[in-house]
Design a binder for this molecule. Structure first.
Ligand SMILES: [Zn+2]
Length: 707
């Protein structure tokens, strides 16, 4: 699921590789012939892609899972009294083969897949989930963990050991290990019902999205649309069996540019309503009853686990800790954002009036008039900056920034094998030339790659039995070079490169003992902070002038263009924030209920939107019946997290603004915070860096809500 870029491959990987690292039982395994399970005598132990064939993956998982089970059994059947080392550390370091195999497979499967890898992934999903359950819901294993948790003298452990102990215990408790008897079977029932409801929700949404079409036959209704959008709509119409005409769909690449560029109000409204009513049409694909049942089941489950509400359950594991903190944060941002959105509304409605268009300005008009006003006010067209964001220049910009801040050096390694020829592999070195880690960068879109941009790890840093250096990946879908021009990025694509590179640094800087606490293994409301913060440097004039150079002339991006670009990007931030926050409030409302809900989905949603006084010209970014993040993804009570991370990134960058954006001492403190990964609570780490809790004012300022 993504708001912009995301880490889902890493999350999937974290979700499946429940425990990590280091073989204990090497004697038992039959690894000699499978290249995935062999010792790799490659530079820095990088995967030997030339030896690995598709058919090696599945058997390697089977062997690795069997090896992991042997290790788990050894922990359970150990006749000595359970201790921190023979239970917690043993569990932490078990499953090394599985981690190694999964680290390769899930990276390749998302970035360079084919039918056979897709089939393996599908076959593996239930196997991995069952393997995970077999560990998390194992009563004997939990009994040992509980004994260690209750009886260990914490003064014999260092702070990271204590963190590992607490986190391990908590993970099992949150999975339901403490629930007994009838409640335990009810919990399993709820889990299984929730899983099928959530699948059903997603399937309904997909059907509703695909079923809709805006079919146009009159050429004058498409005359003013961009040529590529018209071509796409023509092909779509053919694919849908129309002999002539143009078909527009509810997929973002179709509806968004249509709403931005169609001059026909009636058609805009038709497609907008189609989008906003998905899952809400009283037909076979209606999601109302499904989500109403889901929120009540989630509440029941939270209560079985000892929490007041589902939100309390989820948030206790996040930086925010509880719903009160989330509401407190959202409320501070809401009013200024809403005020800004009202100003924007006035400007857009005025433009509509000036164009002598009859009727009241509506939600379906917003995107069209944003483009009109933006062009008029800022005289800015994104195409004019592309030549300054040639992808190599932007990549060098990231590296240069890391050199200035942290003294890092980057050396391309052509002796390291890749999963695709377009990939680039860099060794990252400290200022003194010592090795820090490896980063694989895969830039261009292609059919074998899933959409979006993401960071993942092939190997996490750890230091239980010798220091293991990290290997991370960055993956993008940039336009590939053509015969005439290199890959020229839009502003937001260039921003994405800095963003994922920020996640990469989080993994590379890691310096902890345990893999499960290393790098990006941090709460959801912290994880986007180290990536989003990089976007601040990216658009600073001082930094832009270091890297944004015209690919043909080598000329540095002109000051006046920087100003127009940054001003134009600032416009409509009220709308963006309000649309997002309304969805975040809706998520929190559904999941903060402490008694079963009996109100219908539409009435419930309306009551919450009325409470926050949302204006009618904006609808939540996701309405309940198509809110996939929370009803078919893993973001329930978590949609606020992106904005929370933005508070952190704006506040952290404000600290740099105070002393100089390239200040090495502050950069060292920043690096220290990232190096500790999840080994300390996020707020504690942040306070050690900033000297105080994050303030919301820098974000308000950055968005232009206050002067
Ligand atoms: Zn991200």
């Amino acid at each position: 699921m993504n708001y912009k870029a995301f880490l889902s491959a890493a999350l999937l990987f974290a979700a499946v590789a429940c425990t990590d690292k280091k073989p204990e039982m090497t004697a038992e395994k039959n690894a000699s012939t499978n290249p995935l399970l062999m010792e790799w005598s490659t530079p820095f132990g990088t995967p030997p892609f030339d030896l690995i064939k598709d058919e090696d993956y599945f058997p390697s998982f089977e062997t690795a899972i069997a090896n992991h089970n042997v290790e788990i059994d050894a922990i359970k059947s150990n006749t000595e009294a359970p201790t921190f080392n023979n239970t917690i550390v043993a569990l932490e370091t078990s499953g090394a083969d599985l981690t190694k195999v999964a680290g390769v497979f899930y990276n390749v499967e998302s970035a360079n897949t084919n039918d056979s890898l897709k089939a393996i992934a599908k076959k593996l999903a239930p196997i991995m989930s069952e393997h995970n359950d077999n560990i998390k819901l194992n009563a004997e294993l939990f009994a040992k963990i509980k004994t260690v948790y209750e009886n260990t003298d914490r003064s014999t452990l260092d702070s990271e050991d204590i963190r590992l102990l607490e986190e391990t215990y908590k993970t099992f408790v949150r999975a339901g290990a403490n629930v007994q008897g009838e409640n335990k079977s009810r919990l399993k029932e709820i889990n299984s019902r929730l899983a099928s409801l959530s699948t059903q929700f997603g399937e309904n949404l997909l059907a509703e999205t695909n079923d809709f079409e805006l079919y146009i036959t009159d050429e004058k209704d498409v005359a003013e649309l961009p040529a590529n959008l018209r071509t796409m709509a023509k092909e779509e119409a053919e694919a849908r069996g129309h002999k002539t005409g143009w078909a527009f769909t509810l997929q973002r690449p179709s509806i968004n540019p249509f709403l931005q560029s169609s001059t026909n109000r009636k058609l805009r409204k038709q497609i907008f309503d189609g989008y906003a009513m998905r899952g809400n049409n009283d037909n076979d694909h209606d999601n109302k009853a499904i989500l109403e049942e889901m929120v009540n089941l989630r509440l029941e489950k939270a209560k079985l686990l000892g929490y007041k509400s589902h939100a309390d359950y989820v948030l206790s594991d996040n930086m925010a800790q509880n719903p009160h903190a989330v509401y407190n944060f959202m409320d501070q941002l809401w009013t200024p954002a809403l005020n800004m959105a009202k100003e924007e509304r006035s400007a857009l409605a005025a433009k509509m009036k000036a164009d002598e268009v009859k009727g009241t300005f509506e939600a379906s008009d917003w995107r069209y008039y944003v483009e009109q006003v933006r062009a008029e006010r800022y005289n800015f067209n994104e195409e004019e900056t592309r030549p300054y964001f040639e992808f190599t220049a932007v990549r060098k910009g990231c590296f240069m920034l890391a050199t200035k801040l942290f003294g890092l050096q980057f050396k391309e390694r052509n002796d390291i094998q890749k999963w695709h020829k377009d990939q680039q592999v860099y060794e990252v070195l400290e200022e003194d030339g010592s090795h820090l880690g490896i980063i694989y960068m895969d830039f261009f879109m292609r059919e074998s790659k899933r959409g979006g941009a993401w960071m993942n790890e092939i190997r996490a840093q750890q230091n239980v039995d010798g220091f293991v250096t990290p290997i991370v990946t960055n993956n993008f879908n940039f336009p590939p070079p053509t015969a005439d021009a290199p890959s020229l990025l839009s502003f937001s694509e260039a921003q994405t490169l800095f963003h994922e590179f920020g996640h990469g640094l989080h993994g590379l800087f890691s310096h902890v003992k345990y893999a499960s606490l290393s790098g990006t293994n941090v709460p959801r409301d912290f994880v986007e902070f180290p990536s989003q913060v990089m976007e601040n440097w990216m658009s600073e004039p001082e930094i832009l002038k270091m890297y944004a150079k015209h690919y043909q002339t080598g000329k540095v991006i002109p000051d006046e263009m920087i100003k127009r670009m940054n001003d134009a990007n600032q416009f409509n931030t009220g709308f963006g924030t309000v649309e997002y926050m309304a969805a975040a409030y809706l998520d929190m409302a559904w999941h903060s209920i402490t008694e079963p809900n009996t109100t219908g989905a539409n009435e419930f949603e309306k009551a919450e939107m009325d409470r926050i006084e949302l204006i009618s010209e904006i609808i939540p970014r996701y309405r309940s019946t198509y809110y996939a993040h929370i009803f078919s993804g893993g973001y329930s009570s978590g949609y606020y997290a992106y904005q929370w991370s933005e508070v952190l990134d704006a506040d952290a960058f404000a600290a740099f603004k105070e002393v100089g954006i390239l200040d090495r001492d502050l950069a060292a403190k920043y690096r220290k915070m990232l190096s500790l990964g999840g080994s300390k609570p996020g707020m504690e780490l942040y306070k050690a860096f900033r000297g105080k809790e994050p303030a919301i004012e820098p974000l308000l300022k950055k968005k232009g809500f206050v002067k």
